[in-house]
Ligand binder design. Structure first.
Ligand code: IPD
Length: 295
């Protein structure tokens, strides 16, 4: 990881320049998608409301809005135009095989429920996978205007309206009993029942729990140290891809189930600062949480 940052550019690295290019492409595309989301949201709110432009997916509490679809279309078109050999794997169904070896894993709006209600924690998440590895990613918190980014071996950064770009470092907590832990819940009632049961045990053994509502931002929070750890069963690759490399590059240990397992498999994704990770994993294992939660 680099240890210096100059005028927004990581210095001291000469190798893996392609990963930096992938990161920069992810950042510019995610920022442009965030602008589209902001303006479309304002139009809907000023018109007949977002609810009139919302449908449901896996359950009646799992929303998808016209803005999710428009943002993914924009991102997919941008990728196809600029990088025609790259693959795409998107939450709203954009699927293109890769001939270059790079596949973009895209969540146009992670935290769609927050988007719907105006809770300012929803994000564009664009990760790049190359030969089975996450190598670059960008997560833009749309409402707060903060951009998290990382490239493999190059560290993770955040930049926002009132902050200069700076390197991210995970928190130093090593004791799970003092850890602030983020988590989330699936959209199906059976999965939720199992998640709630697990939570009744874990809540007694950590400092506290946060449910922010966007897995990509949960992982970025691990990266910036505003939570110490994150875990959730049954998230999809588009939820974790970009956030996982951002957390990892900020010094976190990140475990995810791979890119081809979906929500239905109920497998665990978790992240924690390196000092906390061994004890956090033991805590999860002690409660049978390292396996899948069906539902
Ligand atoms: C959801 C969010 C949420 C998590 C869910 C995800 P979506 O993604 O990341 O925090 O708990 O499991 O499905 O539906 O808003 O893209």
């Amino acid at each position: 990881m680099p240890d210096s940052l100059e005028e927004g550019t990581i210095v001291g690295m000469t190798e893996q320049i392609d990963f930096l290019q992938l990161r920069d492409f992810a950042v510019s595309t995610a920022k442009r998608a965030a602008e589209l989301i902001t303006s479309r949201r304002a139009e809907l709110v000023a018109g007949d409301g977002i609810a009139a432009h919302t449908q449901t997916k896996s359950s009646n509490v799992d929303p998808v809005t016209e803005v999710d679809t428009a943002a993914e279309d924009f991102i997919a078109t941008t990728i196809r135009t600029a990088r025609p050999g790259d693959g795409i794997f998107g939450e709203e169904g954009s699927n293109v095989d890769s001939t270059s070896g790079v596949t973009w894993i895209v969540d146009p709006i992670d935290g769609t429920v927050n988007f719907l209600y105006g809770v300012p924690d929803f994000a564009v998440s664009i990760g790049a996978e190359y030969q089975g590895r996450l190598v670059a990613g960008a997560v833009v918190n749309v409402a707060r205007g903060r951009t998290y980014a990382a490239a493999a071996g190059q560290g993770a950064t955040v930049t926002g309206p009132d902050e200069k770009p700076h390197l991210l470092r995970c928190g130093q907590t090593s004791d799970p009993a003092l850890a602030l832990v983020a988590t989330g819940f699936g959209y199906g009632s059976q999965r939720r029942a199992a998640q709630a049961q697990l939570l009744t045990k874990l809540l007694l053994e950590v400092r506290d729990i946060r449910r922010i509502g966007a897995a990509a931002l949960d992982l970025c929070r691990v990266a910036e140290g505003t939570v110490d750890a994150y875990f959730e069963h049954g998230i999809n690759a588009w939820d974790f891809a970009a956030g996982a490399i951002i957390a990892r590059e900020a010094g976190a240990v990140v475990h995810h189930p791979g890119f081809d397992k979906g929500s239905a498999q109920g497998e665990l994704t978790w992240a924690a600062g390196a000092d906390l990770a061994p004890a956090f994993e033991k805590l999860l294992a002690a409660h049978g949480a390292t396996g899948a939660l069906r539902g």
